[in-house]
Design a protein around this ligand. Structure first.
Ligand code: MG
Length: 391
């Protein structure tokens, strides 16, 4: 009996993703007995090697800077938590939302955005590097553990949600999952929602991590309306509160504020457009899951603040710069001498090179470097460039 699926579907709105109406997997498989199709996707993601590596990959701060900061693993869990709450409130599919949230950053390089930017530069002549596309590449190709197929063979809906952005050139090469970029249609609501849950999660935890690292201050943040609003509320209820307890009370209210706005505004959008099924959602001219205009403006102010005061802080810049050099050095070294790649990687590199020439070699090297954790990249860098590490 498909108990799980039946139980779930009772609570779903008509326009939610229904597992039994999935557009399916690239390789057809039997319907799971006790789970829905999206639960199976989520489970495969959790058991993947790329998911485990998220523990040692960072967003803004380098992993070994301290254990107090978010990693991509804890970030992905936060996105899943926020996403599931919103999905339940909107009667959307929680399992699908969770699967997308847990997979959305699988393609990230070590060292956060700094790593991705440099790898993209390294790959400029070979089709570039983009972390969204890489996340799809991880679940479609790079995970090698099932006997019957390459990758994790996820459902169309999960893959659609993972591929948030894509340029038209790439979209043409991707088949079904790239079509919406060519036709300018929308993804399902769970994909739209996971995307904004990501934004809520990282804006708020970057405030938290930035404060903890001493790179930004409560005084500075009081200039930011979204923060100030909740600061005033907390101070009114608890006049003597301070330190990390105060920060947490503010941030949890900021998250709540954004989540409530997203739910209410999306409900309004849905009642205005009245989509019947997921196919109607896809055909609408704009996404249905969105913040109100007011909240969008408030978010923008916070993002600009974080960009100027946190991401461009000289200490973050130093880390990013150093991280970039590690990535570039590794890429250049392996491109120049592929025999330094571990056997499995070398084998893959030779296979791709025989099919696609230098571009294939570059892709294999980029896949290897992108898959590294922060600390593994640093260790590999030492092994290759530090003359005293002759092992
Ligand atoms: Mg993310």
């Amino acid at each position: 009996m498909k108990g799980g699926a039946v139980e779930n579907n009772r609570h779903l709105a008509s326009y939610a993703a229904q597992p039994q109406a999935s557009r399916g997997r690239l390789v057809a498989e039997a319907v799971p007995q006790f789970r829905s199709e999206y639960q199976r996707d989520r489970d495969r993601i959790v058991h993947s090697a790329a998911f485990r590596r998220l523990e040692y990959k960072t967003q803004v701060f380098v992993n070994h800077e301290g254990d107090m900061f978010r990693t991509r693993l804890t970030h992905s869990i936060e996105v899943a938590q926020i996403g599931r709450s919103i999905a339940r409130a909107l009667q959307l599919n929680e399992d699908l939302t969770e699967a997308i949230a847990l997979a959305h950053d699988l393609g990230h390089t070590p060292f956060g955005h700094a790593g991705q930017d440099i790898l993209n530069e390294c790959m400029r002549d070979y089709g570039g590097f983009e972390h969204n596309l890489q996340s799809l590449w991880v679940v479609d190709e790079l995970e090698e553990k099932y006997a019957d197929f390459q990758g994790l063979n996820l459902t169309f809906e999960t893959r659609e949600g993972i591929l948030k952005h894509c340029n038209l050139d790439k979209a043409r090469q991707l088949g079904e999952v790239g079509q919406r970029f060519l036709l300018k249609t929308q993804p399902g609501l769970e994909a739209q929602l996971a995307n904004l849950a990501d934004e809520i999660a990282y804006n708020n935890h970057d405030v938290d991590d930035g404060l903890r690292a001493g790179l930004i201050s409560v005084e500075q943040l009081c200039e930011i309306k979204l923060f100030r609003r909740q600061y005033d509320v907390v101070k009114e209820f608890y006049p003597d509160i301070s330190g990390k307890r105060m920060v947490h009370e503010i941030i949890r209210r900021m998250i709540n504020d954004q989540v409530a706005d997203l739910i209410n505004n999306t409900k309004q959008n849905l009642s205005k457009h009245q989509p019947g099924l997921i196919v109607d959602v896809r055909g609408l001219p704009e996404p249905m899951v969105s913040f109100s205009t007011d909240m969008r403006d408030l978010n923008l102010q916070l993002k600009q603040f974080l960009r100027q005061q946190l991401y461009q802080h000289y200490r973050v810049q130093r880390m990013s710069n150093k991280a970039g050099r590690v990535i570039r050095n590794l890429f250049d070294a392996f491109m120049a001498e592929t025999k330094m790649l571990p056997p499995e990687q070398l084998h893959r590199c030779e296979r791709l090179e025989s099919r696609q020439g230098e571009e294939g070699r570059a892709r294999a090297v980029a896949d290897y470097v992108a898959g590294m954790t922060d600390r593994y990249a640093i260790v590999e860098h030492d092994r290759i460039f530090d003359p005293s590490a002759l092992t």
